[in-house]
Design a protein. Structure first.
Lengths: 310, 314
């Protein structure tokens, strides 16, 4: 197990370096630069000074090595769009809305989805099942910005129950949390239903019935336990994916979270911030998958005792 | 003495959706038709027939895991056909089952000790530690070391898993064991070991076994009586030697022909016949010479003591 983890950590390191190079190249391949002006063109002399100050006049590989040398010391530079703070400070600030809204969305959507999936599996081919399937299919096929728009239209514009956007007071959180929750809910509803039906059709369940174990106990003591493994392992990557901020949800509800900075950093060629965001995402996903794999092995006797097979 | 298990006129039909048409139309497909079968106390009865002949469905109905469309199920003389799940629970302890696929028959998340002890737990017999001890005793009894209690199903071979399934089935000391092709997925040598184990346990415990198999040769060394099933019906029933020495029904004979023999000179000319051909080839016997009452539709007619087969008497 230790060997497995070490090997995986090494491969994460390699992934990190490769991804950093690709992102750096792609970032600079986009035409234009941070000090091109746009609305207010800068005098060439000022622009040259700024370029020199931020080292943008140096060859690309030098810029890359300088940046990565900083990364090793956890120095991700200064964001061009907000030079009063470091990238790290900006990220620390932007994390909060994304984590709160996305995290709550996942934490609310996941149990709802699991319950929906269980209900659907237990009442197979009844209206409960069809309703759950409809909810799951709609949740997965309607793009989240459409969901967001509908939520704003119904609950903010028509019913006037909640404010339509912003960050700050918790009543502004409700609609984006619902928007976030639809995806984990739909995913888990489908997942749970199929995992449970899979297990329910196994002969060991038939044997348990033959032994006189009640249907409820069969579900709670055996079926859920067997279905839980895949459900546990998809959780972390999904949590990371949602909690790092959906560009669309944050844009629709004007939430100043990570998702918003993804867009603005690319638009304004804010290289240090863009790089930091992408690297952070890479590391988090790699770690999420690593932890999921460890959890999977730990929960599953087939993996845990694989070595002693005879 | 009442039989351990008795099936009376058991039938099962499944609704089959007809092809075509806008609105769904269903047709009833009979898969088990009027099965009468007695498993006497302390005996092993073989239920043999090709795949799809309705053996598993019959076994599942006997266990009340599939609801019969018609007919009665009697366990030790008690009619359990209409019992509610609660009323059925004590009878569940009296009847157990072993399936062909030993791997999916054991919950992969549980240790063998937990799996074997679970029936005791379900029926609230003994304390937790007593349950584990009994489970380990049973592992030993089916030929596995006690240390196997800590292992998981995937760590065992198919034969070992089938031993675990047998231990789990017998730990409640049931009267009836329904073994649905328990050896069909195993190698020849392992197959013989499992058959021997079942025979030994049957003798020690005075168990009654309904042994389901598609292979007549497996049944020969084990059973007291054989019922041959074809297309949902029992077409011949006889003491085991009667089947092997004097099979009357053409379907039974075709099953006998399918048994591989080592010596080529012993091999009978094999004739493979389709279901339709066999279905059309119903034995006809003369009422005049046998003294039997005439019947125009096929029915079981007596041939020798305990031996009957399906025929038309004319
Ligand atoms: N749930 C079901 N719905 C429809 N047909 C079924 C169902 N279960 C079994 N059958 C059909 O019943 C017939 C008998 O099946 P089975 O009892 O499993 O036979 P065997 O065990 O002898 O191979 C088969 O043709 C099978 O397709
Ligand atoms: Mg079968």
């Amino acid at each position: 197990m230790i060997g497995f983890i070490l090997r995986r950590l090494m491969s994460i390191g390699v992934t990190f370096i490769i991804v950093s190079m690709i992102i750096f190249l792609m970032m600079h391949a986009i035409p234009g630069g941070p000090f091109d002006g746009g609305d207010m063109p800068m005098p060439p002399a000022v622009r040259a000074t700024l370029m020199e100050r931020y080292g943008l006049d140096q060859p690309l590989y030098m810029q890359y090595f300088k940046y990565m040398a900083g990364v090793v010391r956890l120095d991700f530079g200064i964001p061009f769009q907000s030079p009063g703070e470091t990238v790290l400070e900006l990220l620390g600030r932007a994390w909060v809305p994304s984590l709160v809204l996305g995290g709550l969305g996942v934490l609310i959507g996941t149990p709802l989805g699991i319950l929906l999936g269980i209900a659907a599996a237990l009442r197979r081919n009844t209206w409960v099942d069809y309703l759950a399937s409809a909810v799951a299919t709609l949740g997965l096929t309607i793009p989240v910005f459409v969901t967001s728009m509908l939520l704003i239209l119904v609950f903010a514009v028509w019913l006037n129950w909640f404010p339509s956007s912003g960050w700050g007071s918790p009543d502004r959180w409700v609609l984006p949390i619902i928007a976030y929750a639809t995806i984990p809910m739909a995913t888990y509803a489908r997942y749970t239903r199929s995992a449970m039906l899979d297990t329910l059709n196994k002969p060991f369940v038939t044997v348990l019935r033959a032994k006189g174990l009640s249907e409820t106990r069969i579900i709670y003591q055996h079926v859920l336990r067997n279905s839980a493994i895949p459900m546990v392992t998809v959780f972390l990557p999904m949590f990371i994916g949602t909690a790092t901020g959906s560009i669309f949800v944050e844009a629709m509800f004007r939430v100043p979270g990570l998702g918003a900075y993804f867009v603005s950093s690319i638009r304004t060629r804010d290289y240090p911030l863009e790089m930091a965001l992408m690297l952070m995402l890479t590391v988090m996903f790699c770690l999420a998958y690593l932890i999921s794999d460890i959890l999977y092995a730990w929960l599953n006797p087939r993996m845990k005792h694989g070595g002693r097979k005879q | 003495m009442t039989a351990a298990l008795e099936l009376r006129g058991l039938c099962k039909t499944y609704p089959i959706r007809e092809r075509g048409g806008l609105l769904p139309r269903y047709r009833d497909l009979p898969v088990v038709r009027d099965v009468n079968l007695v498993v006497a106390r302390n005996s092993i009865v073989g239920l043999v027939g090709e795949s799809g002949s309705g053996k598993t469905t019959t076994g599942m109905m006997a266990l009340r895991l599939t609801e019969p469309s018609a007919g009665r199920i009697l366990v030790s003389g008690h009619d359990i056909t209409d019992l509610s799940p609660q009323a059925l629970k004590p009878y569940r302890a009296k009847m157990q089952v072993v399936f062909q696929d030993s791997y999916s028959a054991l919950d992969p998340m549980f240790t063998l000790a937990q799996i074997v002890a679970e029936p005791l737990h379900i029926h609230g017999i003994g304390s937790a530690s007593e349950q584990t001890q009994t489970a380990l005793d049973w592992l030993e009894r089916v030929g596995l070391h006690r240390s196997y209690g800590q292992r998981y199903p995937h760590e065992l071979s198919g034969g070992q898993r089938q031993r675990v399934a047998i231990a789990r089935a017998l730990i409640l000391r049931p009267d009836v064991l329904i073994a649905d092709e328990p050896t069909s997925a195993l190698d020849v040598s392992v197959k013989a070991q499992i058959i021997n184990l079942l025979r030994d346990l049957q003798e020690e415990m005075g168990l009654s076994i309904l042994f389901i198999s598609h292979d007549l040769s497996v049944v020969r060394s084990l059973t007291d009586k054989v019922a041959v099933m074809f297309n949902g019906r029992i077409v011949e029933e006889a003491p085991t030697e009667g089947i092997f020495a004097a099979a009357q029904h053409p379907y039974t004979r075709s099953l006998l022909d399918a048994i591989p023999v080592l010596n080529p000179r012993d091999r009978r000319a094999r004739i493979f016949r389709s279901r339709e051909e066999l279905e059309a080839d119903i034995p006809r016997i003369s009422a005049a010479t046998t003294g039997l009452a005439r019947n125009a539709t096929p029915a079981l007619v007596p041939h020798a003591p305990g031996h009957q087969f399906e025929a038309i008497v004319e």
